[in-house]
Design a protein around this ligand. Structure first.
Ligand code: SF4
Ligand code: SF4
Length: 403
């Protein structure tokens, strides 16, 4: 199966170049092949067999953060992210997955329980060494931002008292389920305060986005089926992870060919919401936190994937925080899933632009709605010896709840 017909998009491209002005990768690389317009032309040439999948072509197609900034400004609605995803699927089909992709998709994110258990042991044994080391630490989630990898999932732990099917399903995603338990706990508090008893099925696992972004559509499809089947009784499926949310809401229906299954999954996707869309704005103490100035980073998937950007800002202000906007709040932080591992220096150059913007606000705290951005931005701020802290939006909101 192909994700969609590539021709539907590359034929729409009129080569105007507007997308180049917002592409973080093009800003660094300054090469046409690295730009969204260049990638569109490469996908077209590959699909018409006018081009071989050379090393350089593959590099350009892997140098995409899937941030969708290009699609947001394209006058003709060209979805470069979808073209890049389907090209990666095509290339992995006849070129074979590279080792790192295979390990990440077939091992780490296919067996999350085992992988994260192993990760917690490694962190326990080698954690301090990694913190003090130079290179390794910054390739791993920042220990100061992500306190520890838990050997046990939040959804499978005794803390999870929400295993009875209910109208509001809560899909945690790997980073919250295995690492950011404080985010999970605060999200539950916000939902309960808003009159919603969440349903947190213990069997939840990876949403499939890592596999999809690396071209392994089959694994992504299997993982999507498993997630959809867990929430059959829910009227709303809440997430607190911008990337998982965008996967469930927008990429899931694209994965399915069978019309009946596609319809079922489309109905599931319509019910997916970010937590800031369902929290009751009247649950906060008012004006008691007026001295706390924060800034807000829009995760690409939360803003452009789920169309959620005003909701967290409104709730944060409602909870009493003073919001000071940075210059480019919705510019990608440079993470891009496996992008930050494959293109380390490029990723770091993009992240530095983000931390420059954050520091320029003078705010002591930056809030965001995706744990991946938290880890990536947090690691760079630590490296820069900045005192700015990165916090998930739900942690700030929960601190503003009425007693
Ligand atoms: S903005 Fe859209 S139409 Fe213009 S070059 Fe980019 S992809 Fe093509
Ligand atoms: S999705 Fe982002 S990184 Fe990829 S081409 Fe578009 S703007 Fe550039």
């Amino acid at each position: 199966m192909m994700l969609f017909n590539q021709e539907d998009y590359y034929n729409l491209c009129v080569k105007c170049g507007k997308c180049r002005s917002v592409c973080p990768v093009f800003h660094e690389e300054k090469e046409e092949g690295a730009s969204p317009r260049g990638k569109t032309a490469l996908v077209q040439a590959l699909s018409g067999h006018a081009l071989n999948a050379s090393k350089r072509t593959k590099r350009f197609l892997s140098e995409c953060l899937l941030c969708t900034a290009c699609s947001a400004v394209c006058p003709n609605g060209v979805r470069v992210d979808l073209m890049v995803l389907s090209a990666r699927q095509q290339l992995s089909g006849y070129a074979g997955h590279r080792l790192m992709e295979t390990v990440l998709t077939k091992v780490v994110f296919s067996n999350t329980s085992t992988s994260f258990k192993l990760g917690s042991v490694v962190e326990e044994v080698a954690g301090e060494k990694m913190v003090s080391g130079s290179g390794v630490f910054y390739r791993l989630p920042a220990r100061h931002v992500i306190p520890e990898i838990r050997g046990e999932k939040f959804s499978a732990s005794k803390k999870n008292a929400h295993t009875q099917p209910a109208a509001t399903g809560f899909f945690l995603g790997c980073l919250i389920d295995f690492i950011n338990h404080a985010v999970a706990g605060d999200a539950v508090r916000l939902l309960l305060a808003s009159g919603k008893n969440p349903y947190i099925p213990a069997g939840q696992a990876c949403c499939g986005l890592p596999a999809l972004s690396m071209g392994d559509t089959k694994t992504a499809l299997r993982q999507a089926r498993a997630v959809v089947s867990l929430f059959e009784t829910a009227d709303t499926i809440v997430t607190a992870c911008g990337s998982c949310g965008a996967m469930l809401k927008h990429y899931y229906p694209l994965l399915f060919d069978d019309p009946a299954e596609k319809e079922k999954v489309s109905k599931f996707s319509e019910k997916v919401k970010d937590i800031t869309e369902v929290v009751d704005p009247d649950v906060f103490r008012r004006a008691e936190r007026g001295d706390v100035t924060i800034t807000y980073h829009d995760s690409c998937h939360l803003k452009r994937g789920m169309a959620v950007s005003q909701e967290p800002r409104r709730l944060l202000e409602r909870a009493g925080y003073i919001l000071r906007e940075m210059e480019h709040p919705d510019r990608c932080c440079g993470l891009g899933g496996a992008f930050h591992l494959k293109h380390r220096e490029l990723s770091r150059a993009i992240t530095r632009k983000k931390t420059d913007d954050i520091r320029a606000t003078g705010a002591a705290t930056v809030a965001t709605g995706f744990p991946g951005c938290m880890a990536n931005i947090g690691a760079m701020l630590i490296e820069e010896h900045s005192s700015v802290t990165v916090v998930h939006t739900v942690n700030l909101l929960a601190a503003g709840l009425k007693k």
